[in-house]
Design a protein around this ligand. Structure first.
Ligand code: SAH
Length: 346
């Protein structure tokens, strides 16, 4: 069985060509999959019956089911828990902003990066998500938005998993959703978030794709960062900053740094100054995230006044900083929370 969401348009053309079908048939099928977002071959009425029957036996659309769907009463954030036939579950989140709808996609089932504040990594990495499985995640949100004639306007690869550890599938996913005759999500509206895997950052810089790079920094010195993020032992800050400089020089784009504030750990004004010095000569933006509470981790949150003071100190030192608005607080929308809760109930 071929998972059709796993094919770029050119690959779909090639696949159907092997079956003796002209390329316009593949374009029609691509339109059904991504513009009309139909899942049953029966409904693809302009395809010949014989082809529809072949697709039925050799091709596949949805491979997952939504086992949970929660909607936040506070801000309309929707969280889906999806399950595949091998029983793995993955979360995807639709966030409603005043500038549009963004979807957060998971690139791996679980994660092996071991960040001490994160719920996704608690059970390790189970397996990679394929590009087609990422496409499916996005389509759940898009189909829901179809009910009100809205569209997904931006995508962030910030769900569970490390996208740079699944680079080829992540890029294939981006190619598929970017296709102008399909979902047509502009590359500038796609953000890939990394724990700081240096080879991936360099590869992305060389690829020349105009997507946005977000780097999860969370600490501005090696000792602190290594205690929170094991990846820092393999790629310490000096190497990471070199890669970030290379990325900015090569692409002319700025980097978005994520910094989760953890009470008493990385949230003092000295930490803010150290952060400002670290990124002083990088075209960048800092996203301050009040750490989400994870029951398995005994972290405290930074008080709101302290978050404001931290942001003010960064700005005083010339850093472009914003505080991320929390979304879906009532539905465990933060990374890995729903999946962890669900597993606990089984
Ligand atoms: N592996 C990638 C992408 C997935 S994590 C990365 O590390 O960037 C997405 C973001 O959520 C990262 O910045 C991550 O550090 C952050 N995050 C994880 N757990 C969190 C928590 N409990 N509170 C706040 N942010 C968290």
């Amino acid at each position: 069985m071929r998972h059709l969401y796993d094919l770029r348009k050119s690959e779909l053309v090639a696949w159907l060509k092997e079956r003796g079908e002209p390329s316009y048939r593949a374009l029609q099928l691509f339109g059904w999959l991504y513009q009309k977002r139909v899942q049953s071959f029966d409904e693809m009425t302009n395809l010949p019956k014989k082809l529809r029957q072949e697709l039925e036996t050799e091709g596949q659309t949805a491979t997952s089911e939504a086992v949970l769907r929660q909607v936040s009463k506070i801000d309309g954030t929707v969280k889906f828990l999806l399950r595949w036939s091998d029983a793995v579950t993955v979360e995807t989140v639709l966030m409603r902003h005043d500038y549009g709808n963004s979807v957060c996609v998971s690139t791996q089932v679980g994660c092996k990066m071991g960040c001490t504040f994160c719920a996704s990594t608690l059970g390790g990495m189970i397996r990679q998500m394929t590009a087609g499985e990422m496409v499916e995640q996005l389509l759940y949100s898009q189909r829901l938005l179809d009910e009100t004639n809205e569209r997904v306007s931006s995508v962030v690869l910030m769900g569970s998993g490390e996208p740079m550890d699944n680079y080829d599938e992540a890029m294939k996913f981006i190619d598929i959703i970017n296709d102008p005759s399909g979902l047509n999500i502009g590359q500038r509206h796609i953000t890939i978030s990394t724990v700081g895997m240096v080879p991936g950052i360099i590869r992305l810089a060389d690829d020349g794709r105009p997507i946005t790079l977000a780097v999860s920094l969370h600490a501005a010195n090696d000792q602190l960062r290594s205690s929170m993020m094991p990846v820092n032992k393999a790629y310490p800050l000096a190497k990471l900053m070199d890669a970030c400089h290379y990325y900015c020089q090569k692409t002319g784009r700025r980097i978005s740094f994520e910094y989760a504030l953890v009470g008493g750990k990385n949230d003092s004004l000295d930490d803010a100054r150290e952060l400002a010095a670290l990124i002083a000569d990088l075209p960048s933006h800092v996203n301050l995230i009040p750490v989400n509470y994870v029951p398995e981790r005994n972290y405290t949150r930074t008080p709101v006044e302290q978050i404001d003071a931290f942001a003010a100190e960064l700005r005083r030192l010339g850093v472009n900083a914003t505080i991320r608005r929390e979304m879906g607080h009532d539905i465990s929308a933060a990374c890995g929370q729903l999946r962890a809760e669900h597993a606990g109930r089984l």
